[in-house]
Design a protein around this ligand. Structure first.
Ligand code: NAG
Length: 581
């Protein structure tokens, strides 16, 4: 055991002698650690030095891995933000909490939508708060905000176990920078222009009908009304970009909107300062701090010092800046003497986005040898993410674990280490990582992992221990555009249903020998083909039966902009302020 732990132990014994402390002498493995959870947005596993990238510089993430355990088969529960993050916080497949839709809405679209993480869901933050931890969230949330009014905050981080929040309720988007690339504005503009065109067309039809005498009731009122409508829609489409900036790109500090719109150039500094303040204020108290980076999502907001510094354009610059932020935060831990009793976790919410590019400039991440990317239900590139855990003296330094693990595993791991218990009234899909991390068992506790895309099961994996194989079966895969391009260029993400190929028999890969999923196995090549597929079908059916009725949080009606739910500093609709100065 490390020095610090024995000193702690001595101090405790001394305390006991002096009658100050109860008789317990814990080594670090038994005492409750602090938790610092770091999560990148849209970072690909191939973007990180310690995962094999030799041209991008991520020394601080690499340092974390050198001092801890690096997971090579760490999996997100979904390939897009909202469901993956819901699963991370609750330890449950997103389909259990209803953080899904069945009609193409992959994530929450508006800060003023009504869907979000239901109040009945239990996050690890909530359990740790009950265990006496101070809990904080800095950065992106993207799990909803309000249900009925603009300030009920039913889905707000502070309603889900966090005691401190500074960040974006939705998250960074291309639209926050106004220009290209845009995820929302372009579609909305297209729709509004269509409405304008439709009303112009209707007006002309009326006029023609009147001139030819075919239509008897083309009242001027109607024509005037339609023309006005066309003007309104055309004007709206012109301003829709600005509206999105105010509607979604703002900062909240606890329950208050403090910067609307968000000042992009300030946010990195703000987040770091907030982390520093949090750690200084709570260093004498067990804490859980979740830093959910706005990096490396478009529009790739990067400070001057990092612009043009990497070998990989604006995307690489942004990754290197985030790595620098990781370094700054680790330095804060060192400075406050917190390193030895803090469990640090680093991951990305899902794989890098292949579709995110402008012309020939790639603006999304790189998923290394893994096929596919963000948004693709089952392909490895969308779900296999970097996963690093460091706790000096407790977790072996420099260890690499190749067994399948899930981001959902963080839930039981954190809950148990924090002295809490997992809820017993519901299914928890995550597994305690500690035995695997400490080398007490060579095997992951997961025999099966299911890879949903919304509510559709796209793929599943089975760890066959006696043959030391990890099998992966794809029931459905997205159709790429152009064909064979490896991504759905022209749209933001691939769909889960509709423009997909259903495979019957399913595609089978042996991930142990073919991690890139390039050689589908046939029954001739793999004699156990039908057994493997049958086993996974059975598991899928068993899992399906274990689901209870789910209220879909991201279906269309919960995922549209509702003016009365719009958070606003000032008098709606005249929102706008900057209290973070
Ligand atoms: C490193 O990451 C960059 C940025 O995503 C990528 O373009 C490049 O191909 C990666 N290099 C390697 C060797 O993986």
């Amino acid at each position: 055991m490390c020095h610090l732990c024995s000193w702690n132990c001595l101090a405790t014994l001394l305390g006991v002698f002096l009658g100050l402390e109860p008789v317990t002498c814990l080594d670090a493995s038994q005492s409750r650690p602090n938790f610092l959870l770091l999560m990148a947005d849209d970072l690909g596993i191939g973007d990180v030095g310690c995962y094999g990238n030799s041209t991008i510089r991520t020394p601080h993430i690499d340092r974390l891995a050198e001092g801890g355990v690096r997971l090579t088969q760490h999996l997100a529960a979904e390939a897009v933000c909202t469901p993956s993050r819901a699963a991370f916080l609750t330890g449950r497949y997103p389909i259990r909490s209803g953080m899904t839709s069945g009609n193409g809405h992959r994530v929450l679209q508006w800060a003023a939508g009504s869907g979000g993480l239901p109040a009945e869901e239990i996050t690890f933050a909530k359990i740790l708060k009950e265990q006496g931890y101070v809990t904080g969230l800095i950065g992106k949330w993207h799990l909803g905000l309000n249900c009925y009014s603009s300030s009920d905050h039913c889905h707000h981080p502070l309603s889900h176990g966090f005691q401190h929040f500074l960040g974006m309720p939705l998250g960074m988007m291309g639209d926050c920078a106004g220009g290209e690339p845009s995820e929302k504005r372009v579609t909305l503009q297209r729709r509004l222009l269509l409405c304008a065109q439709a009303s112009v067309l209707a007006t002309l039809t009326m006029a023609a009908g009147r001139l030819t005498g075919l239509l008897r009731t083309p009242r001027w009122m109607l024509i005037f009304f339609l023309a006005a409508l066309a003007t309104v829609f055309a004007a709206a489409s012109h301003y829709v970009g600005d509206l999105i900036i105010y509607a979604d790109c703002f900062l909240m500090r606890n329950h208050t909107v403090t910067q609307q719109p968000l000042r992009l150039e300030q946010v990195t500094g703000l987040m770091l300062r907030e982390a520093d303040t949090f750690l200084q204020r709570h260093k004498h108290h067990p804490f859980l701090l979740f830093i959910s980076f706005l990096h490396v999502h478009i529009p790739l907001v990067t400070m001057k010092d990092f612009q043009g510094q990497s070998k990989h354009g604006p995307y690489g610059d942004n990754v290197e800046e985030m790595d620098w932020m990781v370094g700054q935060i680790l330095d804060m831990l060192d400075r406050e003497g917190l390193t030895d009793n803090t469990l640090v976790y680093f991951a990305s919410d899902h794989g890098g986005s292949l579709e995110s590019r402008m012309g020939h400039t790639q603006l999304g991440g790189w998923n290394g040898v893994y096929r596919g990317g963000k948004g693709m239900g089952g392909w490895e590139g969308g779900i296999r993410v970097p996963g690093i855990l460091r706790w000096p003296g407790v977790l072996p330094a420099g260890r690499v674990v190749d067994e399948p693990t899930s981001m959902m595993d963080v839930f039981p791991t954190v809950v148990r280490l924090g002295g809490g218990a997992e809820p017993s009234d519901r299914a928890i899909d995550g597994r305690d990582l500690m035995p695997l991390l400490r080398g007490e068992t060579p095997h992951s506790d997961h025999e099966f992992l299911l890879h949903y895309c919304e509510v559709f099961l796209h793929a599943a994996r089975w760890v066959q221990r006696d043959r030391r194989r990890v099998w992966k079966v794809h029931f459905m895969t997205p159709n790429f555009h152009p064909e064979g391009a490896g991504a759905c260029y022209g749209s933001a993400v691939c769909p889960c249903i509709g423009d997909v190929t259903e495979h019957n028999p399913p595609l089978l890969f042996d991930l142990s020998s073919d991690p890139s999923e390039t050689h589908p196995l046939t029954p001739d090549m793999e004699p156990e083909f039908h057994t493997i597929v049958g086993k996974l079908r059975q598991e899928a059916a068993r899992h399906w039966l274990s689901l209870s009725h789910i209220h879909q949080q991201m279906g269309t009606i919960y995922n549209v902009w509702r003016p009365w739910l719009q958070p606003c500093c000032g008098e709606f609709p005249w929102c706008g302020c900057d209290l973070e100065k």
